[in-house]
Design a protein around this ligand. Structure first.
Ligand SMILES: Cc1cc2nc3c(=O)[nH]c(=O)nc-3n(C[C@H](O)[C@H](O)[C@H](O)COP(=O)(O)OP(=O)(O)OC[C@H]3O[C@@H](n4cnc5c(N)ncnc54)[C@H](O)[C@@H]3O)c2cc1C
Length: 445
């Protein structure tokens, strides 16, 4: 049964293998052993996903701090090693027009700048660490899944070009089939030039290497089971050792167990995102689809589908999964994704999937993440709402700056903590209702 942070009180270091496509194709697989003796440090980071590894890297390299990063399993075991590999300009679930409506145009421009810096940071780290993560630099297409969404994309294009100077490009239906792919459910598209696809696990392994080279100590198979206050600092219990730290960073995001730090668990709803990877397409199928670019794509549905053609001509296709960890492995979810894929692309009736897996993304109540210090010397970053590949690299840096007492950019996500969900105990019932409403809206409105 899959670990479920909504109900499980702790994440142990015995978890089933993910068996993802990324595991099969990633050559960098350094194993980080368990911590076996008590240690002291300036800063302990719990969680070695992109956020924790970037935080450890920054603290060691730029702040010259004595930093330890631990993961319950191995670096990238959480979302970071099992996502779709979409490097997107943004995080959370609010687009620039929604941010402008909520916070004003100037703040929305600051968000846009921050998101651009996140992509630049990912690009910089890939080249600094010579990380072999197979970037496929062909942009991102946001696809109108219905004819009536085309107008919406056209007005988004003018807003982004005129108010943000963002050179997105609008494509109509025939331009999509001529220049991108024959798609049965794409009525228009917006092309975002600075986004692209990569191998997410290779990126996580590369970040781990960079953090260690910078001087961070990294331990795998070392779950934090208990956090205790110790004066102004902390004592953190792990299976074989206790770590005493002046500062504590929670970078466990959606994987934070109910019992580890309940305040974070109750303001970050763990939601399953699921992925299938098909067998490789043959040249006839590729030709029929006229699939020309290895770009990443996502539709405008409330319950979105995201997909891309991988370097070995397989399709990765993702969307929402089960609600509970208990139901995560039910093949009905993978079959549903395969059916949705076949609705998008004609001529793939015989195509099957070879890999399927899921992971927990952290959804916040107001659709925005936060980087925050809820109590002295304790810090967290969480709530990227399923869109955190690029942003988490910058979030790790922002966390490190917060630990070092530096000021962060004047953005709302750095000014408060994550809002607590109302009726916390009923979040899953709320999620169920949201899925029903989303299905209705995507079909009929
Ligand atoms: C199927 C799927 C597809 C996705 N696709 C995309 C995409 O294409 N683009 C995009 O931008 N985003 C995507 N995301 C989201 C993205 O992967 C995440 O936002 C991002 O990886 C979050 O990184 P993180 O470091 O904050 O958290 P994580 O990578 O989840 O890391 C948290 C780590 O904390 C560890 N941990 C938890 N508790 C403890 C403990 N007690 N002790 C020690 N360690 C602990 C876990 O083992 C885990 O490794 C996807 C997510 C999923 C699941």
């Amino acid at each position: 049964m899959m670990y479920d942070p909504y109900v499980d009180s702790e994440l142990t270091n015995c978890q089933p293998d993910i068996a993802s496509y990324w595991q099969a194709v990633t050559s960098e697989q350094t194993y980080y052993p368990q911590l076996g003796q008590d240690l002291n440090c300036d800063t302990l980071v719990i969680g070695a996903g992109y956020t924790g590894l970037n935080c450890g890297y920054e603290l060691a390299k730029r702040q010259q701090r004595d930093v330890i990063v631990i993961d319950a399993l191995q670096p990238g075991w959480g979302c970071s090693g099992r996502n779709g590999g979409f490097v997107l300009r943004g995080t959370g679930r609010l687009g620039l027009s929604q941010l402008a409506a909520k916070f004003g145009l100037d703040t929305a421009r600051l968000f846009h700048q921050e998101y651009g810096e996140a992509i630049a940071r990912v690009n910089h780290l890939i080249s600094e660490g010579d990380i072999d993560c197979q970037p496929q630099a062909a942009g991102y297409y946001k696809l109108a899944h219905k004819a009536n969404m085309a107008k919406d994309l056209a007005s988004q294009a003018s807003l982004l070009q005129q108010e943000f100077g963002y050179q997105v490009r609008y494509l109509n239906k025939s331009q999509i089939s001529g220049q991108v792919v024959n798609h049965q459910q794409a009525f228009a598209a917006l092309h975002f030039p600075d986004c692209y696809g990569l191998n997410p696990l290779a990126l996580a392994k590369g970040y781990a290497r960079l953090a260690v080279q910078a001087g961070a100590q990294l331990y795998g198979q070392t779950p934090a089971s208990l956090i205790q206050r110790d004066g102004t600092g902390f004592k953190v219990h792990t299976p074989q050792a206790i770590i005493t730290a002046r500062n504590l960073v929670l970078a466990s995001n959606a994987y934070t167990a109910k019992g580890l730090y309940p305040a974070l668990n109750s303001s970050c709803l763990p939601v399953l995102s699921s992925v299938i990877v098909t067998e490789p397409l043959n040249s006839g199928q590729l030709q029929q689809l006229n699939w020309q670019l290895n770009s990443i794509m996502m539709d405008t549905r409330t319950l979105k589908y995201y997909y891309r053609l991988l370097p070995d001509n397989r399709i990765l296709f993702g969307g929402r999964g089960a609600i509970t960890g208990k139901a995560a492995a039910d093949p009905v979810y993978a079959r549903r994704l395969l059916a949705a894929l076949k609705h998008c692309f004609a001529g793939l009736e015989q195509l099957n999937y070879q890999y399927q897996w899921s992971g927990w993304v952290g959804v916040s109540f107001d659709d925005l993440p936060r980087i925050h210090s809820p109590e002295p010397n304790l810090f967290y970053a969480a709530g990227y709402c399923g869109s955190g590949l690029s942003y988490s690299a910058l979030a790790g840096k922002r966390l490190a700056q917060l630990v070092a007492g530096e000021a962060l950019p004047a953005l709302p996500i750095y000014q408060t903590g994550l809002p607590v969900f109302p009726m916390t105990a009923f979040r899953r019932q709320g999620q169920q209702l949201y899925y029903q409403w989303g299905r209705f809206k995507d079909h009929f409105l």
